[in-house]
Ligand binder design. Structure first.
Ligand code: FRU
Length: 425
C-alpha cells in the first residue's frame, strides 16, 4: 500500500514517511483532526531545496495510514508574510479550523528583517481565509519571535506560546492570553528564572501539551553547548521536553523534571502533536536538522529534486515522569526476528526483536547501529566530510523496534523511553 496515494507511480518514495515531491520540507505545522480528517501541514519551499521561502504544504488522511497530497494551504500574500508562512499550530473553535503562523519578511538582500504573528480560518480544512496580523511585536525582543501554539486553559481563557530571542540573547518562551480569542495580552516570559542551561540564544517551536495527566513543555533551543561526555545536545540544534506545571494566574511554568532530548539520533527537530478522536496524543517531528552543507548534498536532491522527511507519527505517554514514544498502531506491520536473521533489518520494513546478545547492523553506505551491553550507538560516516559521528543511549536495549524506510531509520527501545532517528544513504 503506497503511503501517499495520489502521487504518480514514479514519484512514490518513502514507505512510512511523509516527503515533499519537490523542494524542501521542514517542520510539521497545524496538526489537527478536523471534521473527520487528519491534517498534516508542513513547512515547504516548493521553489528550491533551501530555506529562502516557505509556505504551508498539506497532507490529509482518513486513517493516519495513507495520505493525500493537497495543494498548498497558505502562501505569502500580505505585507507581513511576504517572504514566508513560517511555523505554527491549529486550533478548532465553533466548528472552524483556525491556524496561527508567523509571517516572515525579508529585505532586498534576502535577509529576514521582521516577523509577525498571524492567523487564518477555514470551514473545510482546505481553503483558508487570512485574518491578518494579531498584535504588535513585543518590546525587548529581536525580530526572532515565532511559532505560535494556542490552547484553552482550565480558566476558559486562551493561551498562546511563542519561541523568542530577547535583546539579551537568552532564549525565551513568551505567553499571550485572551478571553475572547480576538484580543491578546502579553503575559511575559513563561520560563523566567527557569531552565537556565538549556535556553541557548533562541527557542523555537514551543509546544505545551498534556499527556496522561502530566503537563509537558517541548521546545527546540538553538545554541546549546554539546555535552559529548553525556551524549547530549550533539546536533546543530536540539529538541527536548520538561514535565512541570503551568500556573494560569501567573502564566509561569515550573519544571518538575530534567530537560530531556525527545530523540537521541541525528536529525530530529521541531515536533508538534495532535489529539486523535480517541484521545491519543500523536507527535510528528522533522527529520532534517543538519548542516547547510549536508542538506545541500543530500542524495534525494540529485535523485528526486527534494529534501527532508517527517518522522512517522508517534503516540506519546508518560511513565514515571518520563515521556515514552511508540509508532502509532495504524502504521505498524512488524516482522518478528530472531538473532540468526537480524541482518534482514537492513531492507525496508518494520522489525521487532528481543535479544540479549550484542549485535551490529549496517544501513546503506554510512550508518551503523550497534548494541554493546546496555549501550545502543548510531555511528555515521558524514559523507560530506568523511568523519564519523556517534550518538548513544543507555538503557534496557534488549527489546528493539526498527522502522526502516528507504533512507531513514527510527529505533525505539528501553520501553519507548529512548528513540533514535537517522537518515542513511
Ligand atoms: C524551525 C524553524 C521555525 C520557523 C521555521 C521556518 O525549524 O526555524 O522556527 O518557523 O523553521 O521554516
Amino acid at each position: 500500500m503506497p503511503l501517499v496515494t495520489n502521487d504518480a507511480e514514479q514519484q512514490r518514495y518513502e514507505n512510512y514517511h511523509l516527503y515533499p515531491t519537490e523542494g524542501l520540507l521542514n517542520d510539521p505545522n497545524g496538526l489537527v483532526y478536523f471534521k473527520g480528517k487528519y491534517h498534516v501541514f508542513y513547512q515547504l519551499n516548493p521553489k528550491a531545496c533551501d530555506h529562502k521561502y516557505k509556505e504551508w504544504g498539506h497532507f490529509v488522511s482518513d486513517d493516519l495510514k495513507t495520505w493525500e497530497r493537497l495543494e498548498t494551504a497558505l502562501e505569502p500574500s500580505l505585507a507581513d508574510d511576504a517572504a514566508g508562512i513560517y511555523s505554527g499550530a491549529a486550533y478548532v473553535k465553533d466548528d472552524k479550523l483556525y491556524v496561527f503562523y508567523t509571517g516572515n519578511v525579508r529585505d532586498a538582500e534576502g535577509h529576514s528583517v521582521a516577523s509577525a504573528q498571524m492567523w487564518a480560518v477555514s470551514e473545510d480544512g482546505v481553503h483558508f481565509e487570512k485574518l491578518g496580523t494579531m498584535f504588535p511585536h513585543p518590546e525587548g525582543y529581536t525580530k526572532d519571535v515565532r511559532d505560535p501554539m494556542v490552547w484553552q486553559g482550565e480558566n476558559g481563557h486562551y493561551f498562546m506560546v511563542l519561541g523568542a530571542r530577547p535583546d539579551n540573547n537568552i532564549g525565551d518562551i513568551i505567553v499571550y492570553e485572551s478571553t475572547d480569542f480576538e484580543n491578546w495580552e502579553l503575559r511575559g516570559s513563561m520560563i523566567e528564572g527557569e531552565l537556565a542551561d538549556v535556553r541557548g540564544y533562541m527557542l523555537e517551536c514551543p509546544g505545551f501539551i498534556e499527556v496522561d495527566g502530566k503537563q509537558i513543555l517541548m521546545f527546540s533551543p538553538q545554541g546549546l553547548e554539546p555535552d559529548h561526555a553525556n551524549h547530549r545536545y550533539e546536533n546543530i540544534h536540539n529538541t527536548g521536553y520538561v514535565i512541570g506545571h503551568f500556573d494560569e494566574e501567573t502564566a509561569h511554568f515550573t519544571p518538575e523534571s530534567e530537560f530531556k532530548e525527545v530523540d537521541d539520533g541525528f536529525e530530529f527537530y521541531a515536533p508538534q502533536t495532535m489529539i486523535a478522536p480517541d484521545g491519543r496524543r500523536i507527535m510528528w517531528g522533522w527529520a532534517g536538522m543538519m548542516t547547510p552543507e549536508r542538506e545541500a548534498s543530500t542524495p534525494t536532491i540529485a535523485d528526486a529534486g527534494w529534501v527532508h522527511v517527517l518522522t512517522v507519527p508517534r503516540e506519546l505517554h508518560v511513565v514515571d515522569n518520563v515521556m515514552t514514544q511508540k509508532p502509532i498502531d495504524e502504521i505498524l506491520d512488524v516482522t518478528e526476528l530472531e538473532a540468526h536473521n537480524l541482518q534482514s533489518t537492513t531492507a525496508v520494513g518494520q522489525y521487532h526483536f528481543n535479544i540479549t546478545d550484542d549485535w551490529s547492523l549496517v544501513f546503506g553506505d554510512d550508518l551503523r547501529l550497534e548494541r554493546r551491553g546496555d549501550e545502543l550507538s548510531m555511528i555515521r560516516n558524514q559523507w560530506e566530510s568523511g568523519e564519523y559521528e556517534i550518538r548513544q543511549v543507555n538503557g534496557d536495549v534488549d527489546d528493539m523496534l526498527l522502522i526502516v524506510d528507504v533512507d531513514i531509520v527510527e529505533v525505539y527501545t528501553d520501553q519507548g523511553r529512548k528513540v533514535m532517528t537517522a537518515r542513511y544513504f
